[in-house]
Design a protein around this ligand. Structure first.
Ligand SMILES: NC(=O)c1ccc[n+]([C@@H]2O[C@H](COP(=O)([O-])OP(=O)(O)OC[C@H]3O[C@@H](n4cnc5c(N)ncnc54)[C@H](O)[C@@H]3O)[C@@H](O)[C@H]2O)c1
Length: 240
């Protein structure tokens, strides 16, 4: 039996990387998926253009997606942008933009989706935070770390508010080979660059599918007693 049979799910950032792998796995598992992204899904999943940092754009895209799906049972917030700039090099504009996409975007999508999840009788939300939101890897990424710590806290707050009907969890990935990271994560042979691999007990970065599997667990009924957590999927970086 497919693990998401009959579930109707919005995936932001579903046109690339972790969101794209999640959309593919969820469709395999029987879900009807709507991708909300700046660009359309390259895999032919029904797609709705959105800028998650813009409240009107989110309201319109969520309404259109819910109409197309015929209701809503789940959300995955995977849209995001990265910045490695440190405190001195982060302009106010860069800080504001990073927070607007990663944190405000997650908030806006949850706010627009929650009434639909409730009227379906319940559902799930999975927000993609980051391992650096729990434990930074070192100096730099000031705005990004702030945004991802915010996503972890926001997830806990909304989990308490929407319980028991809606379960809300975050996933905290370590380094994942996606279009966001490929240029600095992977060398010409396809191996994780040594300076990054050393940080991980498992000695490598992750494939997007390995994150999709964790997101599937938190979306499926297998995690029926799990809400409000921040799940590290980080190859052991936290304790290494
Ligand atoms: N790749 C990693 O190593 C890693 C590690 C930890 C956390 N994450 C997080 O995982 C999530 C997915 O990242 P990824 O690595 O798959 O990156 P990616 O760049 O491959 O995918 C991100 C997607 O988000 C979309 N997006 C960006 N800004 C948007 C906006 N304003 N409105 C709508 N869509 C927007 C992009 O178009 C893209 O399709 C992000 O939140 C990222 O911060 C990634």
């Amino acid at each position: 039996m497919a693990r998401l049979q009959g579930r109707r799910i919005i995936i932001t950032g579903g046109a690339s990387g972790i969101g794209r792998a999640t959309a593919a796995l969820f469709r395999q598992e029987g879900a009807a998926v709507a991708v909300l992204d700046r660009t359309a899904s390259p895999d032919g999943a029904p797609s709705f253009e959105v800028d998650v940092s813009d409240a009107t754009s989110v309201a319109n895209a969520v309404a259109a997606a819910v109409k197309a799906l015929g209701g809503l049972d789940g959300v995955v917030n995977a849209a995001g942008i990265f910045s490695d700039a440190g405190l001195a090099d982060t302009s106010a504009e860069l800080f504001t933009r990073t927070l607007a996409v990663n944190l405000t975007g997650t908030f806006l999508v949850m706010q627009a989706a929650a009434p639909h999840l409730k009227s379906a009788g319940g559902g799930t939300i999975v927000n993609i935070a980051s391992g650096v939101g729990l434990t930074p890897t070192g100096p730099g990424s000031t705005a990004y770390v702030a945004s991802k710590s915010g996503v972890i806290g926001l997830t806990k707050a909304v989990a308490m508010e929407l319980a028991p009907a809606v379960r809300v969890n975050s996933v905290c990935p370590g380094a994942v080979d996606t279009p966001m990271t490929h240029a600095f994560l992977v060398d010409a042979s396809g191996a994780t660059v040594p300076g990054i691999a050393r940080r991980y007990a498992l000695g490598r970065s992750a494939a997007p599918d390995e994150l999709a599997a964790a997101i599937l667990f938190l979306t499926s009924n297998e995690s029926s007693f799990v809400t409000g957590i921040a799940l590290p999927v980080d190859g052991g970086r936290t304790y290494h």
